[in-house]
Design a protein around this ligand. Sequence first.
Ligand code: FE2
Length: 256
Amino acid sequence: MRLLFLGDVVGQGGCEFLMKKLPDYKRKNNIDVCIANGENSAQGNGVTPKSCEMVFSSGVDFITLGNHTYKRPEIMEYLDKNVPVIRPYNFPKGAPGRGVGIIDKGRFRVAVINMQGTVYSDPLGNPFWEIDKALEETDGCKTIIVDFHAEATAEKRAMGFYLDGKVTAVVGTHTHVQTADEQILPNGTAYITDLGMCGPVQSVLGIEPELTIRKFKSNLPVRFENAKGEYSLDGCLIDIDEKTGKANSIERVNIR
Ligand code: FE2
């Protein structure tokens, strides 16, 4: 099975670029299943039902989220519907949505877990304890993919090694900058610290550089706008033996 996991889709521009490029890429590269992080897919940040529908219409099968999950009120009800969108598992009890989902393609099933880091981030449940509980909810799936939405490299790499041999892949999201440490860990789990983003290349995490510089220099609130220019779809292509759930290979992808 060939699984494509794309990093944070940024704004309307990211959604539109996804719709333009993904169908062709999937066809040419025999992609069986595609997952994307969509926590910033709405214009202005956060995620809405409309931005999810745009991501799905490009050919993405499943969406994971992160710390911006509840920025937009209209998403709350949507997450409690039977939609292929999950939010971090370690949010407090009663938070709308769920943290584990199953992609059922008939000839194979993929369990997806979304977890958020707590280093330089929100004080959520300890991800290293919560992940043990999440694994019990994967309904016997051999293929298990974890999106660890986190800031700190050490926390992300530690999670990779903690899950090595227990899951198919651990991919990081949130920093929007792709790392060059994609690898198969010693016990067969595919790993990358950050997938990068589906957004504008000449930007600060998708935002117009001038605006972020102004914010850093003034310490005043600045209304952010997405940068223009060339876009990239960043992510990883993971080749999986669906019988064992082991990853054969992981390869970085940048679709320009
Ligand atoms: Fe994030």
